[in-house]
Ligand binder design. Structure first.
Ligand SMILES: Nc1nc2c(ncn2[C@@H]2O[C@H](COP(=O)(O)OP(=O)(O)OP(=O)(O)O)[C@@H](O)[C@H]2O)c(=O)[nH]1
Length: 751
């Protein structure tokens, strides 16, 4: 994973940093050492300058004193020609000049005439290389070169300025004075070199330094060193001394003749042709500084190493801790990945840079199935989101905008339903932010909701179908509590679905027309899981009764237990009314509205059964209009019909509720009189006869007089059937006709 790469980079970076720190510490130490060395070298140069100045000052003072001494002696002994006097004079002067070995008087030929040291007398010292050269200026002090030995008598020039200085040496100087025409007198003093060397040592010349006092021509005057100079230094000296003639008074440089690193300073006298060269080996001069550096390094380097080791150890501990944490994270990640792989939904984790950190197996399978659309390689959430387009049902946001908003913490969550570019797959996307340790980003859950969408669409259609159904449909729970009802239910019962839900049908629409047995049979059927079909009378919200054809279908759940009942109700009130009308039409005479022959005969049979069972009295009247044919003939058939209707109305007006008037055919009628004996029957027949005969029937402006003949028969328990009673009544009627009509006759059995 990338974090491992970053981790290795961090390690390399830290090591580079540590190395840089070590390099900086080393460089600082080195710079510090160099600085100390430079300081030591500078201090050494200052000391050398001081030494050179001091030496030159002392030398100049001394030689000036010598010059004055010589001048004084020459002036004093100018007129003296006696050597003995000079000897005394010079010996006395020498006693006051500890820096001199001897004083000698030289004649015009350069031979010693008198001397503080008798051994010098008669010597002729070589004066050619004294500087400055003889120029006629007698007042000048001319300086010779270093001689080995104690005095002129045992002395000889050292010659080579690079040679080791002699243990015992002197420096001759001379000053001349003109003495008449005879020539020139000169005083030659031998300066004690040890005198200067002691002063230099007493002044504190460092062990590492040495001083060479040279003339302008490079001749050595004296030196504090004990050894000879090598050729390289001599060459360097020559370069320096050559420069003196051009007037350098003070100088210094770091020379590096072969095999040396020298600190060199010099000082040149103004009045004398001499200069002082103070030198030290740089290596020796900075030795102490080096030792100090080493001492400091011995302390600092271990401290630095310890500090760096401490930092390194701390870093290693931190890294180890971080690695442990990362390993723990990885284990968490692996566990999470394992769990995510077990999910049927696609899960994708996008990091803050928008790239996929983790995808589960479901996504990989999805990507393989839709390889043509899913981009290959590292998946970015934008490429992922562009696979989908909003279906408009839940969110107007594009997947890209929604997921991006969650990733940027602009939204706490996002969800929406989309269709894949192929248009077939319906997908639900849910995006939530996630944070795990330092890992942050967005987790996207992708659910395939195609089946659900199809089911929703199917449900929507079914719902629409149920809503559009003409029949009322009610769904109840097993306790008959209404859970759902369609609009047709409201149209049928007057109760809206909202009013119906939560209540039972029996509390809403029961009319009480069905008894308990009816309902128990119904429940018995549906609780067995069978469909019940039937018709019943229910009551609308407004109290109106109606007929419904009801089908109740039990709907079992997966365990087989009845979970719901679906009731389909059809309003059959109209059909019932039509049936009733048909039934009524089949039972009445259409002209008069009284019972027709079939119904009348049924009632007669029923009444006969009652008579037979209970022994009650009952009578039958048979009535026939007299000469009805003449009515038709005279007044027309319509008038005949009107007479028939008028007759039945008048007869019915005389009847009780329980009596039945029936038309047996043509102008022949019958009346069944339950609980009526012969007298009652005859009385009734008489009233009917009188009512008809007493008032003509008015029709079409005509007055039609009609009479009726009646035969009376009682129903006997011995009668085998209704026709037997009818036959007896018919016989009585026949007799009434025979006996003149408009009269009442009883059956034979009654007589
Ligand atoms: N207007 C009319 N006439 C009917 C109807 N049914 C039967 N008739 C007539 O009734 C008459 C019956 O005549 P008849 O059987 O001869 O009896 P009648 O003329 O009444 O003579 P009696 O019964 O002997 O007194 C016939 O002329 C039938 O056509 C009916 O529904 N309307």
């Amino acid at each position: 994973m990338r974090r491992y790469r970053w981790s290795r980079l961090a390690d390399l970076g830290f090591l580079a940093f540590l190395t840089a720190c070590a390099a900086v510490a080393g460089a600082a130490l080195y710079y510090h050492g160099q600085r100390l060395e430079r300081q030591a070298a500078t201090a050494e140069r200052r000391l050398l300058e001081a030494d050179a100045l001091h030496t030159l000052d002392h030398l100049e003072q001394t030689l000036t004193t010598v010059n004055l001494t010589l001048q004084s002696l020459l002036e004093t002994g100018y007129t003296t020609h006696d050597a003995g006097t000079w000897n005394t004079l010079l010996a006395d002067a020498l006693r006051h000049a500890p820096h001199l070995r001897s004083l000698s008087l030289l004649d015009d030929h350069g031979q010693v005439q008198a001397s503080s040291n008798p051994a010098n007398i008669g010597l002729r010292p070589a004066l050619e290389d004294y500087l400055p050269h003889e120029s006629g200026r007698l007042g000048l002090l001319r300086i010779g070169s270093l001689h080995t030995g104690r005095d002129l008598a045992d002395g000889r020039p050292v010659g080579d300025p690079t040679a080791a200085p002699p243990e015992l040496g002197f420096l001759p100087v001379i000053r001349g004075v003109a003495k008449g025409e005879a020539g020139m007198l000169s005083l030659l003093a031998t300066v004690n070199v040890d005198y200067f060397l002691n002063r230099i040592w007493a002044h504190g010349l460092e062990q590492t330094a040495w001083i060479d006092v040279l003339r302008y021509d490079g001749a050595l005057l004296f030196s504090t060193r004990e050894r000879a100079l090598d050729a390289a230094i001599q060459t360097a000296n020559t370069d320096i001394v050559t420069g003196w003639r051009t007037g350098y008074e003070l100088g210094g440089l770091d020379q590096a003749p072969a095999g040396h690193t020298l600190i060199t300073t010099w000082r040149v006298a103004r009045a004398l042709p001499i200069g002082v060269l103070a030198r030290a080996e740089r290596e020796q001069a900075v030795q102490a500084a080096r030792l100090e550096i080493h001492r400091q390094a011995i302390i600092l380097v271990p401290l630095i190493i310890l500090a760096m080791a401490g930092v390194l150890a701390g870093y290693v501990a931190l890294r180890r801790d971080a690695r442990r944490r990362i390993a723990a994270q990885d284990r968490d990640f692996d566990r999470m990945a394992c769990l995510l792989d077990a999910l049927p939904a696609s899960v994708l984790l996008f990091g803050q840079d928008g790239r996929a950190l983790l995808t589960n197996r479901a996504w990989q399978e999805f990507a393989a199935t839709h390889a043509a659309q899913v981009p290959h390689g590292a998946l970015h959430y934008r490429d992922y989101a562009r696979l989908f387009r909003p279906d408009g049902s839940r969110s107007d946001d594009t997947a890209e905008a929604g997921i991006g908003a969650v990733l940027l913490d602009e939204k706490p969550a996002f969800e929406g339903e989309f269709t894949l570019a192929d248009g077939h797959s319906a997908l639900r996307l849910l995006a939530r932010p996630f944070s795990h340790d330092r890992l942050r980003g967005v987790v996207v859950l992708q659910l395939d909701v195609s089946d659900r969408k199809r089911a929703e669409e199917r449900n929507r259609l079914l719902h629409a179908a149920l809503d559009a159904a003409a029949n009322a449909i009610v769904i109840t729970d097993p306790d008959a509590v209404i859970e759902w009802a369609n609009p047709a239910f409201a149209a049928l019962t007057g109760y809206t679905p909202d009013e119906a839900v939560g209540r039972k049908p029996k509390d809403l629409i029961s009319s009480g027309r069905q008894d308990a047995a009816f309902y128990s049979a119904l429940w018995e059927t549906i609780l067995r899981g069978e469909v019940w079909r039937g018709e019943l009378v229910n009551k609308r919200k407004d109290g109106q009764l109606y007929h419904e054809a009801l089908t109740i279908t039990p709907v079992p759940d997966r365990s087989g237990r009845v979970a719901h009942f679906v009731a389909v109700k059809e309003d059959v009130t109209q059909r019932k009314l039509q049936e009733h009308d048909l039934k009524r039409l089949a039972s009445v005479d259409p002209l008069t509205g009284v019972s027709n022959r079939r119904v009348f005969m049924e009632r007669l049979a029923f009444e006969l059964a009652r008579v037979r069972r209970y022994g009650e009295a009952a009578a039958l009247l048979m009535l026939d209009l007299d000469h009805f044919k003449l009515v038709n003939d005279r007044h027309g058939h319509a008038a005949g019909d009107a007479v028939l209707r008028s007759f039945t109305e008048r007869a019915a007006a005389e009847l009780r509720q329980t009596d039945t008037l029936g038309r047996l055919g043509g102008e022949e009628f019958a009346i069944l009189l339950p609980e009526t004996d012969e007298a009652g029957a005859c009385e009734l027949a008489e009233r009917i006869r009188l009512r008809l005969a007493g008032q003509p029937i008015e029709y079409g402006g005509q007055s039609i007089a009609v009479t009726v003949s009646t035969g009376v028969a009682l129903l006997e328990s011995t009668d085998p059937h209704a026709d037997a009673v009818l036959a007896r009544a018919d016989e009585a009627l026949y007799r009434a006709k025979q006996r003149g009509r408009n009269r009442i006759e009883c059956a034979d059995a009654l007589r």
